[in-house]
Ligand binder design. Structure first.
Ligand SMILES: CC(C)(COP(=O)(O)OP(=O)(O)OC[C@H]1O[C@@H](n2cnc3c(N)ncnc32)[C@H](O)[C@@H]1OP(=O)(O)O)[C@@H](O)C(=O)NCCC(=O)NCCS
Length: 193
């Protein structure tokens, strides 16, 4: 099942836009760029995740998110990184964050590594697809030609999601139980005059 998007009065196609999503379970969420004030809610949400979700996202067990890591996550360097959240329709800092996806440009390259986590509270409702779509838009708008990520080879949900978006998969140079999934991006179509 997929989230439905509400078209704003004045549509904007900037990857940094805020979009209202109605989930199939009736919840409304804002899909918007991460904000520095999200650090607390993200740390709080992490506490509620299951071990398996954390392992699938970070590829190994993680007990807590460090302050440095959180700072980097909520203050992505302009043009070099991007992070998008699905959060309650409240101001950043007050809003619970249910899902997050981020993209980091490989230094000096036209490639970027993604990572995503949709918490089990809101999973299976199209958020993964919506967040990945936003990363792809941002990548295209910033001259990135390929996005990639490392996925545990038993992570059926991510493998299926990636396949539905056209990612290729290969063995990872990092470890035999990881797959590297990559998506080559065509340049964004030029707007017609
Ligand atoms: C993988 C993940 C991002 C999917 O998020 P989601 O919001 O549940 O995904 P969506 O609802 O958008 O589903 C999109 C597609 O993914 C696939 N998918 C999602 N969950 C699935 C599951 N449990 N089993 C099989 N396929 C699944 C389906 O193809 C689905 O398309 P469909 O709805 O047309 O069938 C989420 O499960 C997650 O965060 N997992 C933990 C962290 C992680 O694995 N991160 C990846 C490594 S960085």
């Amino acid at each position: 099942m997929n989230a439905t998007r509400r078209t704003p009065a004045r549509p904007s196609h900037r990857p940094e836009r805020t979009e209202v999503l109605r989930l199939p379970d009736g919840r409304d969420l804002w899909l918007r760029p991460v904000h520095p004030a999200d650090a607390g809610p993200i740390a709080g949400a992490f506490e509620l995740l299951g071990e398996d979700e954390v392992r699938r996202r970070y590829l190994h067990p993680v007990k807590a998110l460090s302050a440095d890591y959180l700072l980097q996550l909520v203050r992505p360097h302009a043009g070099e990184a991007f992070a998008v959240v699905a959060a309650e329709p409240l101001p950043p800092g007050e809003a619970l964050v249910g899902a997050l996806a981020r993209l980091n440009r490989d230094p000096g390259q036209d490639t970027a590594e993604f990572a995503i986590l949709v918490s089990h509270f809101v999973a299976g409702q199209g958020l993964g697809k919506a967040l990945m779509g936003r990363l792809v838009e941002w990548a295209r708008a910033h001259g990135i030609r390929r996005i990639w990520g490392e996925v545990l080879d038993d992570n059926t949900a991510m493998i299926q999601l990636a396949q539905s978006l056209g990612f290729e998969r290969d063995t990872s140079p990092e470890s035999p139980n990881l797959l590297r999934i990559t998506l080559d991006l065509d340049p964004a179509p030029r707007p017609r005059r």
